[in-house]
Design a protein around this ligand. Structure first.
Ligand code: NA7
Length: 543
């Protein structure tokens, strides 16, 4: 921790902010700017959120760093220099540290303090917020800036507790790092975290065994340092770049096209995919306008990556095992440096769990149907209880003592991903049913924080005690989110987008597809005096 200490707690505040990642820090900044008092809580011992916890080797953002940054202060944009196209976790964390210092934001947070419960008191229109340190704070508003991917998922594999070596989860990586030199390492999972870390762990470990349940599509990052000229150009055009991002479905200013693969010639299709592959990164999803809408177009994108895998992996049988068969994009597309080629190394083995499933973990290693793979250390790159996991861990009680986790028993329900019926004055940043993880998170986070801050000003100006979505608005929104997702190929396979990576979790597609219409809807709701929300004047609230 740099200069963070457990600041003296405020017992009664306007806003409690849960989480000190990108969302929580900006919320604290914005609330303070509006003259509101803030008490923040963060379970880590410092700021950073996702970038505090995910310190595994190779951890990088898969959105280009110049755009994965705050836009609220042009001076901040001008003074910060991103070194690479895709910033590393340490660089992003140092940016967050810079922001926290520059705007003196740490003082609003109590660190190493997890919020355990929050109860809405209908008589006073106040939230009573409790922590694992025994704190109790009264607040007019509670803002959950808890992140979409912040509760790790450690699979309940038989015998896992008997393993005699260390088990590291990529999402809770030791601060001091891990040295795998001379060790036999087993990695479980082949999602984004595994795909980023496997090439680097393979360079260090004596032997690396990758346990793959589902192969994934990965596009080369073609990461490189930014040139001075690129930095200068971006800084000169930042306003335009930010404005462009707001008009793009994924809130990221990049190449887009109206061309459809299903209406293009084979030559055009090849050339377009090759261009996207050479350019690298998530832009591959934008190659054709029908890529995420029409199975035939999607298959072309999939075939192209499969062909690349064939070219990158020397052993044809191994290449086949690494080829995914699901829809491109239904599981988040990965971005890598050297992933597929890493399997050409002599010290790397792939275990295809579809052929030989894991039976148990023993003291010595991982036993599959084909026998024991001895391991000195295991890396669990097994993802997160995404979107709702962290919020559901908090015992949140709204009107009539209703628990939020009960309200969500059949899947998350929220109006605009911002508020929940029966839970007045509670806001979520990038909550379920908002574009969140399908976008450049920095754009979505700032959009939400600005919206929430405006809402609070509106309410205070009009002496309004409570704001909460109506049940009708919430129901209609949940329906709309699903209907829009169903017009795309996103829900066409099991993923953390739908909750199917967690046993027993209800299957609901948890993100709104398309940033611009969403932002328009939020603006419209605001312009109409918070249409779809019930506002209760202070004079009536306590009656
Ligand atoms: P992901 O994308 O959820 O990947 C988790 C991986 O772990 C995935 O390959 C899973 O296979 C695998 N997994 C999960 N449980 C098991 C068990 N029990 N046995 C074997 N394999 C398992 O998490 P990441 O951390 O990689 O990425 C999360 C996001 O963070 C990423 O999309 C970026 O936005 C940043 P499955 O596909 O379920 O068969």
């Amino acid at each position: 921790m740099s200069d963070a200490t457990r600041a003296p707690l405020r017992e009664e505040v306007d806003v409690v902010v849960v989480g000190a990642g990108f969302g929580g820090l900006y919320m604290a900044y914005k609330a303070r700017e509006k003259g509101l008092s803030v008490q923040g809580f963060e379970r880590g011992d410092d700021v950073g959120g996702t970038w505090y916890w995910n310190r595994y080797p190779g951890a990088r953002c898969d959105i280009e760093s110049m755009q994965y940054s705050y836009a609220f202060d042009p001076e901040l944009e001008q003074e910060w220099d991103w070194s690479e196209r895709y910033a590393t976790q340490p660089e992003i964390l140092s940016y967050i540290d810079h922001v926290a210092k520059r705007y003196d934001l740490r003082r609003h947070f109590a660190f190493e303090t997890a919020v355990t419960g929050a109860t809405f008191d209908e008589a006073t229109s106040r939230w009573r917020v409790r922590t694992d340190k025994g704190d109790e704070v009264i607040a007019r508003y509670i803002v959950l800036a808890t992140g979409c991917l912040s509760t790790t998922n450690l699979p309940a594999i038989k015998g896992i507790e008997s393993f005699k070596g260390p088990i590291y989860h990529t999402g809770a990586w030791p601060k001091e790092g891990v040295d795998f030199t001379g060790l036999r390492v087993g990695v479980i999972g082949t999602g984004s975290s595994a795909i980023q870390s496997i090439p680097l762990m393979a360079e260090q470990a004596k032997h690396l065994t990758v346990f793959q349940r589902t192969p994934n599509y990965s596009i080369p990052a073609h990461n490189r340092p930014w040139t001075e000229e690129e930095r200068r150009d971006t800084k000169a055009n930042y306003r335009q770049i930010r404005a462009n991002a707001m008009t793009k479905p994924f809130a990221f200013d990049s190449f887009s096209t109206d061309a459809e693969a299903t209406k293009s010639t084979p030559q055009e299709i090849r050339a377009a995919f090759q261009r996207a592959w050479d350019d690298g990164g998530l832009g591959y999803m934008n190659t054709f306008a029908d890529l995420l809408l029409v199975p035939e177009a999607n298959k072309m994108a999939a075939d192209f990556v499969r062909e690349k895998i064939e070219g990158l992996v020397d052993d044809p049988d191994l290449a086949k095992k690494l080829m995914p068969s699901h829809t491109v994009g239904c599981k988040r597309l990965c971005v890598d440096t050297n992933y597929y080629a890493t399997f050409n190394r002599d010290n790397v083995t792939l275990v295809d769990l579809r052929e030989t499933p894991i039976e148990e973990i023993t003291a010595e290693g991982v036993r599959t149907a084909a026998g024991l793979v001895p391991c000195d250390a295991i890396v669990s790159a097994t993802g997160f209880d995404a979107m709702t996991g962290t919020i559901n861990r908090i015992d949140i009680k709204g009107r009539g003592g209703e628990r939020l986790r009960d309200h969500w028993a059949d899947g998350a329900r929220a109006y605009l991903g911002l508020g929940v019926a029966g839970f007045p004055n509670l806001f979520m940043i990038t909550g379920p049913g908002s574009p969140s993880v399908l976008t450049n998170m920095l754009v979505s986070i700032q959009h939400h924080v600005d919206w929430i801050a405006n809402a609070v000003s509106y309410l205070d100006d009009r002496q309004i005690a409570n704001i909460e979505p109506t049940t009708e608005a919430e129901n209609a929104w949940v329906k709309e989110v699903q209907e829009i997702a169903d017009t795309t190929l996103f829900p066409s396979c099991g993923s953390w987008y739908t909750g199917s990576n967690i046993e027993g979790k209800p299957k609901v597609f948890a993100a709104y597809v398309g940033f611009p219409p969403y932002a328009e809807k939020c603006a419209d709701v605001e312009a109409k005096g918070y249409d779809g929300f019930r506002l209760t004047p202070r004079t009536q609230a306590a009656e």
